[in-house]
Design a protein around this ligand. Structure first.
Ligand SMILES: C[S@@+](CC[C@H](N)C(=O)[O-])C[C@H]1O[C@@H](n2cnc3c(N)ncnc32)[C@H](O)[C@@H]1O
Length: 291
């Protein structure tokens, strides 16, 4: 039997992310979507992008860098690269006290101070919405709130940079294991079971889906292109991936789109303390626009 040593090596050799390629890619990721790729994230980046290299039939990271940064066709690859590197962990009713605060404190105050939701529609933005659990949780609690405030109208904008998660969010189909955190009464009201029970999936009901509009939006964009000022922004478990200076810039940008006295909710492990932004803390991880 004849053995061809070269072709064996070519088949089994794995692309390696060199220091130089890591530097090029992490600078590019930082500039294009704000995410800091510190040393510990290197192996994650290597592992996730390897799959992409394989799909594209590209044999080295150096070649991939050239493709992404140096060709017109590569410009489209940016979307796939961002899909591969973003962290999309989320849950229904994640950090549930935020939803209590929204209904018990923020909404009554907004209705009193600006008539938001009553004199005009209340505008809510789930910024960094991932696969949709956060905006659908907002839709559920706002529908519940509306049962006691019959004239309330609202709309929810949900945005993310990652096209894959937006696709999943629009479909609104979830494994049963993902819905444990939804209160039973709301499961009955807002979820449809699959006809084939063995599939173990549920879907959000159409009227709730209709409350949410999805859009791709990169927080690094100069213009978010939003027509309305937001009364409430949920931007949770997103800024943790950004440096302090990027966080400050982004929060100032959010404030341009936040109605006077509007609210911003950030994740439980995030803080705006020390940032030069026109917001005051009203409860842990909850802030309100001033000035
Ligand atoms: C960990 S998830 C948080 C989801 C949800 N807010 C929650 O708390 O459960 C963070 C989301 O932020 C998105 N993201 C990261 N960088 C972004 C950027 N520059 N612009 C817009 N979205 C971004 C990611 O794609 C991801 O879906």
């Amino acid at each position: 039997m004849n053995w061809d040593a070269k072709s064996t090596i070519a088949i089994t050799a794995q692309p390696r992310l060199t220091d130089r390629d890591f530097q090029i890619l992490s600078e590019f990721i930082h500039d294009s979507c704000g995410i800091k790729m510190s040393g510990p994230k290197r192996s994650m980046l290597e592992m996730r992008l390897k799959k992409r290299l394989l799909q594209l039939n590209i044999s080295s990271f150096a070649e991939y860098c050239k493709f992404v940064l140096g060709s017109n066709e590569g410009a489209k690859e940016i979307i796939h690269m961002i899909d591969a590197i973003t962290t999309n962990k989320t849950d229904f009713f994640r950090e549930a006290n935020h939803f209590h605060y929204l209904c018990e404190q923020a909404l009554p105050e907004l209705i009193d101070s600006s008539g938001a939701g009553i004199r005009r529609a209340l505008h809510v933005w789930s910024a960094g919405c991932s696969t949709g659990e956060e905006p659908y949780t907002l839709a559920m609690v706002l529908n519940e709130f509306a049962e006691h405030h019959p004239h309330l109208t609202f709309n929810i904008l949900a945005t993310d940079i990652c096209t894959k998660v937006l696709e999943k969010a629009r479909q609104a189909v979830y494994d049963k294991a993902r819905i444990e955190t939804i209160p039973d009464s709301m499961k009955k009201k807002y979820l449809l079971r699959a006809k084939d029970a063995n599939k173990g999936i549920v879907r959000i009901i159409p009227s709730l889906r209709a409350n949410v509009t999805y859009r791709r939006l990169n927080f690094m964009d100069k213009d978010f292109g939003l027509k309305e000022k937001m009364d409430v922004i949920f931007c949770r478990n997103v800024i943790i991936y950004f440096e302090r200076s990027t966080q400050e810039k982004l929060l100032r940008h959010f404030c341009d789109y936040l109605a006077p006295e509007g609210y911003i909710f950030v994740g439980h492990s995030e803080t705006l303390h020390g940032l030069d932004v026109p917001l005051v803390s009203v409860a842990p991880t909850i802030y309100r626009r001033v000035g």
